[in-house]
Design a protein around this ligand. Structure first.
Ligand code: 5RP
Length: 294
C-alpha cells in the first residue's frame, strides 16, 4: 500500500553483512530461477530433501503392463501416497484426476517399443506448450548412453532442457538400460554424469555397487528406479541403501503397483525415504498395512 506520510524509514539493509550463500534443499539447484525452485520443491520435500515418485509410464513402451491394465483402478488410489507422479500425458489426462494436485513428471520421450531389438531411437514426444497446459513440474527424457541411439537421445535431452529452461520447468534424464545394456557402476557413473553435465536437473538411474561414488560424482539429485518386481523387503533394502548412499529418492513403479499391498508398500517406502526407517522397520509397516486389507 502506498504510504507517503508516517512510513517507517527503510534502513536495515545490512550493508556490512555479506550476502549469505543460498542453501536450497535440492542438490545443485542454488542458482536456478524461482519458478524452477518452486517446481522442484513440489517434487522434493523441503523437510527431508527427498522424494517418492510413483512411476507408471511403462505403457509407453510395453503396452498394458501387469498392474497397470486399468490405471483408473490401480493408480488413482495410490496418488495420495506419492510425492510425484511420473506418467505420459495420455495416462494423466484419461485416468488420473487433477484434484490430487500432485506434481507431474511428464514422460516426454517417445518413439520405440519393446517389439524393437534396438529401443534406443526415441524422439521428443511432447510440445513444451502441452507440457505447460498439463502443468508439468518436470519433463522426463530417456537417454541411451553407449547405444546406437546415443546421439539422438542426448539431442532429445538437450532440446528438452532448453525448452524447459525457457519456461522454468526442470528436466529429468532417465539413464536407460534397455534390454541388453550393461548395469555396471562404471556405466552408471558415466551416464549419470553425462546427463547432469548436459543440464538435466534430476537424474534417474539404477542402484548399483559403490553407489555413493555415482551419487558423489553427479552434481544434481539422483533418484533410483525400482526395476523388476522383487520381494518387498528386498525392494525396501535397495531403497534404503540408495538413500543411505546419498540418493534423493526413488522413482518406483513395478515394486509398488505389482505388490499385493501397493498402499502399504508406498507407506513403507515413504518411511525409508523420508523418515530414515530401516528396511526391516519399513517392512513391518508394509506387513501391518497388508494385514489390515479387507
Ligand atoms: C522406464 C522408466 C520407468 O518409469 C522406470 O523403469 C520405473 O519403473 P520401475 O520401478 O518399474 O523400474 O523410466 O524407462
Amino acid at each position: 500500500m502506498a504510504d507517503k506520510d508516517g512510513n517507517a524509514l527503510a534502513k536495515e539493509y545490512g550493508l556490512d553483512t555479506p550476502k549469505q550463500s543460498q542453501s536450497f534443499h535440492v542438490k545443485g539447484m542454488d542458482h536456478v530461477d524461482w519458478g524452477m525452485k518452486d517446481r522442484l520443491s513440489r517434487i522434493f520435500r523441503p523437510s527431508s530433501g527427498n522424494t517418492v515418485m510413483l512411476a507408471f509410464d511403462h505403457g509407453y513402451i510395453m503396452g498394458a503392463t501387469a498392474g497397470l491394465e486399468r490405471l483408473d483402478l490401480s493408480i488413482e488410489p495410490l496418488a495420495p501416497y506419492a510425492d510425484a507422479l511420473m506418467a505420459t500425458r495420455g495416462a494423466m489426462r484419461t485416468c488420473i484426476s487433477p484434484h490430487h494436485n500432485k506434481p507431474v513428471i511428464l514422460r516426454a520421450s517417445a518413439g520405440s517399443t519393446v517389439l524393437k531389438d534396438d529401443m534406443s531411437h526415441e524422439v521428443i514426444g511432447v510440445d513444451i506448450e502441452d507440457a505447460i497446459r498439463i502443468n508439468a513440474s518436470c519433463l522426463a527424457i530417456q537417454v541411451f548412453v553407449g547405444a546406437n541411439g546415443e546421439c539422438s537421445s542426448l539431442n532429445n535431452l538437450v532440446r528438452t532442457i532448453d525448452a524447459g529452461e525457457r519456461v522454468g520447468i526442470p528436466t529429468l534424464g532417465v539413464t536407460a538400460v534397455g534390454k541388453e545394456m550393461e548395469r555396471t557402476t562404471r556405466y552408471f557413473m558415466l551416464a549419470t554424469r553425462v546427463v547432469a553435465e548436459l543440464g538435466a536437473h534430476i537424474v534417474k538411474t539404477y542402484y548399483c555397487d559403490d553407489f555413493e561414488k555415482v551419487v558423489a560424482a553427479c552434481p544434481v539429485p539422483i533418484v533410483v528406479a525400482g526395476g523388476k518386481k522383487v520381494g518387498e523387503l528386498e525392494a525396501l533394502t535397495m531403497a534404503y541403501r540408495a538413500i543411505d548412499s546419498g540418493a534423493a529418492g526413488v522413482d518406483m513403479g513395478r515394486n509398488v503397483f505389482q505388490s499385493d499391498c501397493p498402499i502399504g508398500m508406498l507407506k513403507a517406502i515413504n518411511g525409508v525415504v523420508h523418515e530414515k526407517l530401516t528396511p526391516e522397520q519399513g517392512y513391518d509397516l508394509y506387513l501391518t498395512e497388508q494385514s489390515q486389507m479387507a
